[in-house]
Design a protein around this ligand. Structure first.
Ligand SMILES: CC(C)(COP(=O)(O)OP(=O)(O)OC[C@H]1O[C@@H](n2cnc3c(N)ncnc32)[C@H](O)[C@@H]1OP(=O)(O)O)[C@@H](O)C(=O)NCCC(=O)NCCS
Length: 252
């Protein structure tokens, strides 16, 4: 497995009509700057996404949601060789979006995570996956949150850390748990306190019902000030990082 630091490719692949989807257990991870979307990004969204966008109270939350979904559509559309706007999604029982399959199109798994002004989009060819990105916020967690999120063993390891290391350790652990919860599609329906990942950042393999396959979990390099993780059912091959931001000009 190779987890190469950014930037490996600054979106030049988007100039071609279609991008080759990741093969086997390989995963492409797209890093998206949500503050650089073009003003007309909303035109790429469908009615349901526009309705969700309109429901945000704060305009910067609305703009970042629009930017994340426009970027997701643009990247996925390139893999499939179709315009971003025509993509349609089905939702799993706990809300996990999946591309609607049409005959002749390659199977593509993806997962999106956004936090603050950044997003990560993970794209894989063969197995369900989950990605999580968390802006590290000072003062978090409080005791109620640690009680909710940590297993007893994790709590013991956490309490042994010097106080100055605890916030980062917590967000890293939270990102790794949430990546797993998203890979199996349960999201927060899987209680984080029932899932043990520990504080050790080494890649690991976990059995998480209802997934029959083992889940492979690894830390991702996030932007400065963020924790990030990737979990994939069945295993992780080569990870290739890409960046989608103002460097590639128009998103259309
Ligand atoms: C999925 C979930 C863990 C996301 O947590 P988060 O840290 O706030 O958000 P992230 O930015 O990491 O991920 C959000 C993205 O994950 C995807 N997602 C949503 N539900 C998901 C799920 N169950 N599994 C995996 N991915 C999911 C979506 O693409 C979503 O993006 P969007 O909100 O812009 O549409 C959390 O919102 C959750 O558990 N939701 C489930 C809600 C539920 O149980 N609904 C019941 C069905 S009615």
């Amino acid at each position: 497995m190779q987890n190469t630091p950014m930037p490996l490719s600054v979106a030049p692949s988007l100039a071609s009509p279609a991008v080759r989807p990741p093969q086997g257990c390989d995963v492409d991870v797209w890093d998206i700057d949500l503050d650089t979307a073009p003003a007309d990004a909303i035109t790429l969204l469908d009615d349901a996404e526009r309705a969700r966008a309109q429901a945000f109270v704060h305009s910067h939350h609305r703009q970042r949601y629009i930017a994340a979904h426009a970027a997701m559509r643009r990247v996925l559309g390139r893999y499939l060789g179709v315009p971003p706007k025509v993509l349609q999604f089905d939702l799993g029982p706990y809300g996990k979006p999946a591309l609607q399959q049409t005959p002749g199109t390659p199977s593509l798994h993806f997962n999106l995570s956004h936090s603050g002004n950044r997003a990560l989009l993970a794209v894989g060819g063969c197995q369900p996956l989950g990605v999580d990105l968390e802006a590290v916020r000072p003062g978090v967690p409080d005791p109620a949150l640690t009680a909710l999120v940590l297993t007893q063993d994790e709590r013991r390891q956490y309490d042994e850390l010097p106080p100055a290391q605890r916030t980062l350790a917590f967000f890293s652990l939270w990102a790794r748990k949430e990546a797993c919860m998203k890979a199996v599609g349960l999201g927060l329906a899987l209680e984080p306190g029932s899932l043990h990942v520990g504080l050790d950042l080494a890649p690991q393999s976990l059995q998480i019902p209802p997934s029959a396959d083992r889940i492979e979990l690894t830390v991702l390099h996030g932007p400065d000030g963020f924790a990030a993780a990737l979990a994939v059912e069945g295993g992780i091959g080569r990870i290739t990082r890409h960046r989608l931001d103002s460097a590639c000009g128009s998103w259309h």
